[in-house]
Design a protein around this ligand. Structure first.
Ligand code: FPP
Length: 223
C-alpha cells in the first residue's frame, strides 16, 4: 500500500492524512475484492523496517490500525471476510494484539474472502523464523535434515495454510519487492502501477487483474 506520504506531500498535507486516505483505499479494495470473487487478499500494512520511521508516524499508523480493527470489524465480519495478521506480533502493543486476536477469532468461520494484513512483517525474517523452527525440530530429534524440503519449509511460514500469491501489485511507481512474501512470490506475476495507494480503487484492481490475465505463466517450463 505504497505512496501515502507522496499523496499527502503533493497536497501540502501531513503524511498522517495520506495514511488516513490509505485506510479508506483499503476499505474500497477489500469490498471490491469480495465483489470480484477473489479468495485471498494480502496487504502490506507495516514492515519490520517501518519501525525506524519517526515515532509520531509510527504512533499515528498504530492509531489507524486500532481504529481499523475496532470500526471495520463488524462490516468485515458481515461481508464474510476472514481477517488474519502475519508478522512479528510481539513488537505490537498489548491492546493491538488483543484487538487482532479478537478479530481473528470473530471472523474465523468466514469464507468469502481471506484478508491477511502483514504487520511488523518482513519476508527475510519470516524465512529465518521457519529455519529456526526446523533446526529446533532437528535438535529435538523429531526431524531428519534430509527430510527438509520445500513443503516442510512452507509449513513453518506465517502463510502455512494459504496458497502462494498469483498476483502481486505494487503501487506508487516503485519497482521493488521490499521484503514482501519473498518465499511465497517465487512464481507470482508482478504488476507495477503508478497510482499512489490513497487513489487506488476497485477499477485499478480490475486493471491489474486484466494485465495478469494476459500473462503466460510457465513456472520455469518451456513456453
Ligand atoms: C506506505 O506509504 C504505507 C504505509 C507504511 C502504511 C500503510 C497503512 C495504511 C494504508 C493505513 C491502514 C492501516 C493499516 C496498518 C492496516 P509511504 O508512507 O511509504 O508513502 P511514501 O512512499 O509516498 O512516503
Amino acid at each position: 500500500m505504497d505512496g501515502n506520504g507522496r499523496w499527502a506531500r503533493a497536497r501540502g498535507l501531513p503524511r498522517t492524512v495520506g495514511h488516513r486516505e490509505g485506510a479508506e483505499a483499503l476499505r474500497r479494495v477489500v469490498r471490491a475484492s469480495a465483489e470480484f470473487g477473489i479468495d485471498y487478499l494480502t496487504v502490506f500494512g507495516f514492515s519490520s523496517e517501518n519501525w525506524k520511521r519517526p515515532p509520531e508516524e509510527v504512533t499515528d499508523l498504530m492509531g489507524l490500525l486500532r481504529l481499523y480493527l475496532r470500526k471495520e470489524i463488524a462490516e468485515i465480519d458481515e461481508n464474510g471476510v476472514r481477517l488474519r495478521v502475519i508478522g512479528d506480533r510481539d513488537r505490537l502493543s498489548a491492546d493491538i494484539i488483543q484487538l487482532i486476536e479478537d478479530a481473528e477469532e470473530r471472523t474465523a468461520g468466514n469464507t468469502r474472502l481471506n484478508l491477511t494484513v502483514a504487520l511488523s512483517y518482513g519476508g527475510r525474517a519470516e524465512i529465518v523464523w521457519a529455519a529456526q523452527q526446523l533446526a529446533k525440530a532437528v535438535r529435538a530429534g523429531s526431524l531428519d535434515p534430509e527430510d527438509i524440503d520445500e513443503a516442510s519449509f512452507h509449513r513453518h511460514l506465517f502463510t502455512a495454510d494459504m496458497p502462494d500469491p498469483d498476483l502481486v501489485i505494487r503501487t506508487s511507481g516503485e519497482k521493488r519487492i521490499s521484503n514482501f512474501l519473498l518465499w511465497q512470490s517465487a512464481y507470482a506475476e508482478y504488476v507495477f502501477m503508478d497510482k499512489l495507494w490513497p487513489d487506488f480503487a476497485g477499477e485499478d484492481l480490475k486493471t491489474a487483474i486484466a494485465e495478469f490475465g494476459g500473462r503466460k505463466r510457465r513456472y520455469g517450463a518451456a513456453g
